[in-house]
Design a protein around this ligand. Structure first.
Ligand SMILES: NC(=O)c1ccc[n+]([C@@H]2O[C@H](COP(=O)([O-])OP(=O)(O)OC[C@H]3O[C@@H](n4cnc5c(N)ncnc54)[C@H](OP(=O)(O)O)[C@@H]3O)[C@@H](O)[C@H]2O)c1
Length: 300
């Protein structure tokens, strides 16, 4: 298949590229060729690329900045995915899109299921929810994969920030009242390529997507808090003989670490539909983290 993959400079797109490359012709346009902040140009760009399948991990992901750039976030996360979906419907091309736990309001303690009511607390969450709804309304064959707390050995993310801070500071203070599943970009990429490679043609893929109601939660198994994740990262660094200064990791409340955007307290995602519809089981967040820590240390 000719697969259009966006966001290859990002965590998920970057992890997907080598996996999809092994059995597909991957079209990986850079921003100059496909700029999602300009939704009015998307159809023409797609006309030039002619993919059989679109995979769209590109997004405006600066959660706090989105409070001040709501209009830009909406263009990248909602209007451009809507334009992609409109193009995809006309050409009968299935679309895989990524979304977030931040579409939920974070209430309760049980994992969110796909059909649960959304109620985003932030501008970023609203833009992603609007993108979901535009794709769902488009009539295109689609699969929206909602994930959470994404990190990788490269890029800007919690794993890398904690690793740096643990090497620099004696004490860390980390939020302990938000719960979710840290999810490695590599795990997301492996699951996504497994979903695609079950089928050899886009008609069967479209049927699979419809059977899953076009919406699936995809996150590493289990859950923890940011404090739990930070503690596991620091322990993992020590286990690997890395020099770590941080002797204490204080558990703090969200109220002690104010941020511009409000984050959901409960970000747990129920991933049973992923297993039932696609036969994909996710590794635990801890297993995935250890693999990514090995990678991070190899990269230096
Ligand atoms: N990161 C998380 O914690 C998290 C959590 C839940 C869900 N998600 C979702 O998972 C998906 C993948 O996230 P990620 O962590 O891989 O994101 P990321 O690392 O921030 O990468 C975003 C990608 O989108 C591209 N992009 C941004 N604006 C663009 C534009 N105007 N035109 C074209 N490309 C543009 C970026 O390109 P440049 O390099 O040029 O900026 C980059 O390649 C997204 O849908 C995100 O909403 C992420």
């Amino acid at each position: 298949m000719r697969v259009l993959l966006t966001g290859t400079s990002g965590q998920v797109g970057g992890a997907l590229l080598p996996l999809l490359n092994t059995s597909h012709v991957v079209l990986a346009p850079q921003r100059a060729e496909l700029d999602l902040s300009r939704p009015e140009t998307v159809a023409e760009a797609l006309d030039g690329l002619v993919p059989d399948l679109i995979v769209n991990p590109a997004a405006y992901t600066a959660v706090d900045k989105a409070e001040d750039e709501a209009e830009l976030a909406l263009r990248v996360n909602a209007a451009s995915p809507a334009a992609m979906a409109a193009w995809a419907r006309k050409r009968n091309v299935p679309l895989i899109h990524f979304s977030t736990d931040y579409v939920f309001d974070g209430s309760g303690e049980t994992p969110w299921r796909e059909g649960d009511r959304c109620g985003p607390l932030s501008s970023y969450g609203r833009s992603k929810w609007e993108g979901e709804r535009a794709i769902q309304a488009s009539g295109a064959a689609h699969l929206i994969l909602r994930t959470s707390w994404v990190y990788a050995a490269q890029g800007t993310n919690f794993l890398r920030t904690m690793t740096r801070l643990a090497r620099e500071r004696d004490e860390l203070r980390v939020v302990a009242d938000q719960f979710g599943a840290p999810t490695a970009a590599a795990s997301i990429a492996e699951a996504t390529s497994a979903i695609i490679d079950r089928r050899t043609n886009t008609t069967d893929l479209a049927e699979d997507f419809a059977a899953a109601e076009g919406l699936v939660h995809l996150a590493n198994a289990g859950a923890t808090s940011w404090h739990g994740f930070a503690t596991a990262i620091v322990d993992g660094l020590k286990l690997r003989g890395q020099a770590v200064k941080a002797a204490t990791i204080h558990a703090i409340a969200t109220s002690e670490f104010p941020t511009k955007a409000i984050r959901p307290a409960n970000s747990r995602l129920d991933t049973s539909r992923l297993r039932q519809a696609f036969g994909v089981s996710m590794p635990s967040w801890s297993q995935a983290m250890h693999r990514e820590l090995d990678r991070l240390i190899r990269l230096g």
